[in-house]
Design a protein around this ligand. Structure first.
Ligand code: PEP
Length: 250
């Protein structure tokens, strides 16, 4: 018997403008049936607008990246005190695009998770293997290394709070969703790894799946025992599609 409530998050990446932020959030507010928790990650410049539009709703919001540094000469970065000032509940950390395009390492990501936890913001930690890694049979090794770096920095108790998003890189933005069984296999592995440290914490950790989730695939994915929701990119920019994904949770 699990007590984990489904969580579905929208990662808008570097897309949209004031008008789309307003229209998407208006549609989300009126369309959700309440069967899942919902969070949105707008580009940082639009967080204040999202905060205003989402006040007095159950829809959470956050930033797509944070700095582990408190302040200072870090041009272009955002500190957690800034994130807190806008009442963000979540911070996305270690998205594969940050890892691949901006060279973020497991060690840096672990420090970001640590700083985020210390600030009281919930880290949504993204992990996942590339196609080459999957094809060479090292998916579990990759995921283990990514999780272990965070475990070493913050300990197992923090996984009470941390949300894990398993996102196979080959499925992100490619239209290739992992099958529910493929995703479940890795989710079970992740939960097993956490359970080896503390079974009670592992039973509570929300592990989301990300990678080309659509309304048509959401119900089967969310029906898997260790899949506790989704992190959605492309489909979260289409109001009806994202609402249907959120409403697919039972
Ligand atoms: C993502 O970027 O986190 C993601 C899952 O994107 P998409 O749904 O477009 O594959």
């Amino acid at each position: 018997m699990t007590t984990r409530r489904t969580l579905v998050a929208a990662n808008w990446k570097m897309n949209g403008n004031k008008e789309t932020v307003a229209s998407l959030l208006t549609a989300f507010k009126s369309g959700m049936n309440g069967s899942s928790d919902v969070a949105v990650f707008p580009p940082a410049l639009y967080v204040a607008q999202a905060a205003e539009l989402l006040k007095d709703t159950d829809i959470a919001y956050g930033v797509q990246n944070v700095s582990a540094e408190a302040s200072g000469a870090f041009t272009g970065e955002l500190s957690l005190s800034m994130v807190k000032e806008f009442d963000c509940q979540y911070a996305l950390i270690g998205h594969s695009e940050r890892r691949e395009l901006f060279g973020e390492t497991d060690a840096q990501i672990a420090q970001k998770v640590k700083a985020t936890l210390e600030s009281g913001v919930i880290p949504m930690l993204c992990i996942g293997e590339t196609l080459a890694q999957r094809e060479s049979g090292v998916t579990e090794d990759v995921v283990r290394t990514q999780i272990q770096a965070v475990l070493d920095a913050v300990g197992i108790a923090a996984f009470d709070t941390i949300v894990v998003a398993y996102e196979p890189v080959w499925a992100i933005g490619t239209g290739k969703t992992a099958s529910p069984e493929q995703a479940q296999e890795v989710h079970a592995f992740i939960r097993g790894m956490l359970a080896a440290e503390d079974a009670a914490v592992a039973a509570k950790t929300r592990i989301l799946y990300g990678g080309s989730v659509k309304a048509a695939s959401a119900e089967a994915l969310f029906g898997q025992p260790d899949i506790d929701g989704g992190l959605v990119g492309g489909a979260s920019l289409i109001a009806d599609e994202f609402v249907a994904i959120c409403n697919a949770a039972k």
